[in-house]
Design a binder for this molecule. Structure first.
Ligand SMILES: Cc1ncc(COP(=O)(O)O)c(C=O)c1O
Length: 337
C-alpha cells in the first residue's frame, strides 16, 4: 500500500498514486474521505483504504466513491452498514485494532472477535484486520509486544471462525526492520518518498529522496558588513551580496528556519539571512557572484553538495515528514522519470 495521505507527504497525491501503482503497489492509503474522493476524481481506480473511521455523515460519500472503510467502533460500523444498505451493496471493511499506539482502533483489542462478529452480522465483509506501530523505528521491545498482541488477536478471531482476507501492520520502519510484520500488505509512507523513517533506516535501506525543492534568485543587492536585514532586523550580513528568493513560510519554508537554514546557490552553501517572511527569504551570499535567475536549492542536490529534508527538520526541531508535508499548494510540482 502506497500511503498517499497529506497530498502524498507533500509530493502530490495523484501523481504519486499513479507512479506507485505503476511500480507495483496494489492499494493506496489516505487519511481523509476527501483525499480518497480526489484520487477517484483524478481517475484512480485502485483500492483505497481510509486509515481511520470516516467522520459521521461522510460514509455514503466514502462508499459511493468506492473507498474502503476502516471501522473500530459500533457507531462507525453502524454508519457504514447503513450507508451500504442505502447504496444497495456490501461494504468490505478493515477492522483496526489498537495494540499500543492508542490513537484510534478497537480498544481493548481483546474485544476483536466479538466486534468482528458484529461486523459480519451487520452485513459487512471482513476484508481486513490491521494495527499500527507506535515506535517501530526506534524500539524493538515495544514493537515486538504490539506484534505479539496483534498476532494473538488475529488467532482469536480465527478461532471464532472468521478469516480476514487481508492482514496488515507494518509502516516503513517495520517493513525495513521486521519482515515478520509484513503479513499480506505493508503500508509504506515515508520510505516511498526515499526519506528516512528515523533511526538511520533510510541509509540502511538504500533510500534516495525523490523530492527536491528549487527556486530562483529574484533580486540582489550589495550591503556592507553588519547591515541588518529582514523583519525585526535580527541578522547582520557578512557584507557583500544579499539575494532575495521568492519562497516563504506560506509555501512551507518554516519561520523556524530563520537565520539557521542554508540553501545552495552556485554550488555553495549560503545562510538564510534573518527572518523567513511569508513569501520571501533573504540569503547571505558574502563575496559570491550571484545574479537574478540563479538556481536556489532549498532541498536537494546542487553540484557536490545536498540539503536534505532531514537537515531542515533538524534545524527547526521537527521531523522530515513535517517538512515535506508542509510544502504548500502554491509551490508548483514537476515530475520527472
Ligand atoms: C495508519 C498508518 N499506516 C501507515 C503509515 C505510513 O507510515 P510511514 O510514513 O512511517 O511509513 C501511516 C503514516 O503515518 C499511518 O498513519
Amino acid at each position: 500500500m502506497a500511503v498517499v495521505k497529506a497530498d502524498a507527504y507533500g509530493h502530490g497525491a495523484a501523481d504519486v498514486a499513479s507512479a506507485s501503482l505503476g511500480a507495483g503497489a496494489t492499494w493506496l492509503g489516505v487519511a481523509l474521505v476527501e483525499e480518497g474522493i480526489a484520487l477517484r476524481d483524478a481517475g484512480i481506480q485502485a483500492p483505497i483504504l481510509v486509515l481511520s473511521e470516516a467522520p459521521p455523515g461522510s460514509e455514503k460519500d466514502a462508499l459511493g466513491a468506492g473507498l474502503t472503510a476502516t471501522v473500530f467502533s459500533d457507531r462507525g460500523l453502524e454508519a457504514i452498514a447503513d450507508a451500504a444498505g442505502v447504496l444497495g451493496r456490501t461494504a468490505g471493511v478493515h477492522v483496526k485494532v489498537d495494540t499500543g499506539m492508542h490513537r484510534v482502533g478497537l480498544h481493548p483489542p481483546e474485544d476483536a472477535p466479538a466486534f468482528v462478529e458484529r461486523v459480519v452480522r451487520a452485513g459487512c465483509e471482513l476484508e481486513g484486520l490491521w494495527t499500527h506501530f507506535a515506535r517501530a523505528e526506534e524500539d524493538e521491545p515495544t514493537t515486538r509486544r504490539q506484534l505479539e498482541l496483534f498476532t494473538r488477536i488475529l488467532e482469536d478471531v480465527r478461532r471464532h471462525g472468521m478469516e480476514p482476507r487481508m492482514v496488515h501492520a507494518a509502516n516503513s520502519a517495520a517493513s525495513i526492520l521486521y519482515p515478520e510484520t509484513h503479513f499480506d500488505l505493508v503500508r509504506i509512507g515515508i520510505a516511498l518518498y526515499g526519506l528516512d523513517p528515523g533511526g538511520a533506516l533510510g541509509e540502511r535501506a538504500g533510500l534516495r529522496p525523490a523530492l527536491s525543492w528549487r527556486s530562483e534568485v529574484s533580486s540582489v543587492r550589495s550591503l556592507p558588513a553588519g547591515e541588518l536585514v529582514s523583519y525585526g532586523h535580527r541578522y547582520g550580513v557578512a557584507g557583500g551580496v544579499v539575494a532575495t528568493v521568492p519562497v516563504g513560510y506560506a509555501d512551507g519554508y518554516r519561520r523556524g528556519l530563520s537565520g539557521r537554514a542554508e540553501v545552495l546557490i552556485g554550488g555553495r552553501r549560503r545562510r538564510v539571512a534573518g527572518t523567513v517572511t511569508m513569501d520571501q527569504i533573504l540569503v547571505d551570499c558574502g563575496d559570491g557572484v550571484v545574479d537574478v535567475g540563479d538556481e536556489v536549492v532549498l532541498i536537494g542536490r546542487q553540484d557536490d553538495d545536498a540539503i536534505t529534508a532531514d537537515e531542515l527538520a533538524a534545524r527547526c526541531d521537527t521531523i522530515n515528514y513535517e517538512i515535506t508535508c508542509g510544502i504548500g499548494p502554491r509551490v508548483p510540482r514537476e515530475y520527472e522519470g
